[in-house]
Design a protein around this ligand. Structure first.
Ligand code: BG6
Length: 528
């Protein structure tokens, strides 16, 4: 009789070959905001990659929609340029492009003009009839958030939204930001669910499509040895870093002024990473199972009173300085579209607590910022020190070794770049002395798997076309995340609000963030 207590299949195993992932239903994709940056950099290149891998249906139409007038051909040329630049497809051959381009169309629509949607409906019918693509529709809203509701209402008005249960359903992907605070997110959810069922709404957070973000789940729940250590008995604290070296890139200032780092990254990417690092294993690996567990983490976050915001949150804004590559860069306040006396935060660091049985008392530190020394996203789980220090720890740079503090074990999920997982532990230094030295054991994607890592948008678009919303955000997830962030925004607006600290571009943020690290802890400097 077997002595193992492993349950083999709690659910149907997923697809085992790429061919099983191919979408076969005739499909029309309609991208609102088709002349914008996201379409050129991410969406069209992702569709092209999926199409090159034969994962899209043969009956496929992609219709770009935006306010400027363009003939189909001019739009195709623009997209061709984008794909050559961003698709990472090696050389895109003329034949390949011609074949793909025949699926691509353009329609001008003023987003708030009902007449434009009637014209869009006629155009879609024409295209769908000519290309045999009249079945499922995927609408992608890559516009300013102020248009989300207008677009959905107008699509509903002209009958372009088919029921979720229909053999040929319509689905809508909504880009972030989903609301700018709790009240607006609740309102938007209420408004759009008058027209769409929850299973038709795909709220995107592209971090959830990143291979290494998904690997957090497989690492935790596909291995037996680490998960048992992921709790307050063994973990001292967790550090989540989403650092960027870029600033406003001359074009995002006006948008960023309305957002700031807390709304732009913490409310979504940051809290999603925290959920994946902290959640319980779901009973079954289904979309609902995963969403339910993530929501429980968000619900357990300790909401901050204004005095706690002053103690546990540090906000900063960059002033002029040098970036990693030695280039001098301007202050945030001198960026295009930014107010000269702006108080928008380009950096935020928080100490968060998850008040549940697993994590009670374990601080989670989350920091994000623009114009930091490097682009790096990682989650570092720092374990407690052993109960007794028997050995002397030394650290060496070249041949010069110094006695140092004992180094705790760390498990680091490197989300980007140099994707991988590292375990830091102490080993005996060779020689007569009994000294230990911190060493690092690395798993690197590009060394272990010699395959290209798919772009986040490729996975997410394919999932949406296949009707799988696991990696999209459910309404309660977005709302609960805002419920946590809202009191911080309010405390920042209130009289006597905690100060905004300035940091030089190219540094790791304001020094004040160090005070969050109590009990001898310190921020990690991610390895280059
Ligand atoms: C976006 C933010 O959601 O994520 C941007 O709006 C940020 O400000 C970007 O630059 C970071 O994404 P990535 O994939 O480059 O880490």
């Amino acid at each position: 009789m077997s002595t193992t207590s492993t349950v083999d299949f709690l659910h149907k195993p997923g697809p085992t070959s790429l061919a099983e992932l191919k979408v076969t239903t005739p499909t029309t994709v309609v991208i609102f905001g088709a002349t914008g940056d996201l379409t050129a950099r991410k969406l069209l290149p992702a569709f092209f990659q999926l199409w090159s891998q034969k994962l899209l249906p043969d009956a496929l139409s992609i219709v770009g929609v935006a306010r400027r007038p363009f003939p189909d051909n001019a739009f195709r040329d623009m997209m061709h340029e984008a794909i050559v630049k961003y698709a990472d497809a090696g050389t895109v051959s003329a034949e390949q492009w011609q074949a793909f381009a025949s699926h691509v169309h353009y329609q001008q629509v003023e987003f708030d003009d009902p007449a434009g949607y009637a014209a869009l409906a006629r155009r879609l019918e024409e295209i769908e009839t000519a290309q045999g693509t009249s079945c499922q529709r995927l609408f992608y809203l890559a516009t300013a958030p102020s248009f989300f509701l207008d677009i959905i209402e107008n699509l509903g008005q002209v009958g372009l939204i088919r029921d979720a249960k229909d053999r040929c359903p319509s689905r809508v992907i909504i880009e972030k930001p989903f609301g700018h605070d709790l009240a607006s997110a609740l309102q938007l959810n209420r408004d759009i669910t008058r027209i769409l069922a929850e299973e038709q709404i795909y709220r995107i957070d592209h971090y959830l499509g990143k291979e290494t973000v998904l690997n957090i789940l497989s690492f935790r729940f596909g291995n037996a040895i680490f998960e048992t250590l992921f709790n307050s008995r063994h973990v001292d604290h967790v550090q989540i870093t989403v650092a960027e070296s870029i600033g406003m890139e001359g074009r995002r200032g006006a948008f960023y002024e309305t957002a700031g780092a807390l709304r732009d990254v913490v409310q979504n990417h940051g809290l999603q990473l925290l959920c994946l690092a902290a959640m319980e294993p779901p009973a079954v690996l289904t979309s609902k199972g995963i969403h339910d567990e993530k929501v429980k983490v968000l619900q357990s976050l300790r909401i901050m009173e204004p005095s706690q915001v002053a103690r546990d949150v540090v906000r900063g804004q960059y002033v002029a300085g040098s970036t990693v590559d030695g280039q001098h860069v301007p202050a945030y306040r001198s960026e295009e579209g930014v107010q000269p006396r702006s108080t928008t935060e380009t950096y935020v660091a928080l100490r968060l607590y998850i008040d549940n049985w697993r994590w009670a008392g374990v601080p989670f530190y989350l920091r994000t910022g623009k114009r930091l020394p490097q682009r790096v996203t990682e989650i570092a789980v720092q374990f407690k020190q052993p109960p007794l220090h028997f050995f002397t720890t030394v650290e060496c740079i070249g041949d010069v070794c110094d006695i140092s503090q004992a180094k705790p074990n760390q498990l680091v999920f490197r989300i980007q770049p140099d994707e991988g997982i590292s375990l830091i532990f102490s080993a005996k230094r060779p020689g007569m002395l009994f000294q230990i030295h911190p060493v690092q054991m690395d798993f690197l994607y590009n060394r272990s798997f010699k395959v290209k890592i798919p772009e986040a948008y490729e996975r997410l678009l394919l999932d949406a076309l296949r009707g799988d919303s696991t990696l999209f955000m459910r309404s309660d997830e977005v709302e609960t995340a805002w419920r946590y962030v809202d009191p911080i925004l309010q405390a920042w607006r209130a009289p006597g609000a905690p100060p905004l600290h300035f940091y030089e571009a190219g540094t790791w943020g304001p020094q004040d963030a160090d005070r969050l690290m109590d009990n001898g802890r310190s921020w990690r400097t991610p390895a280059v």
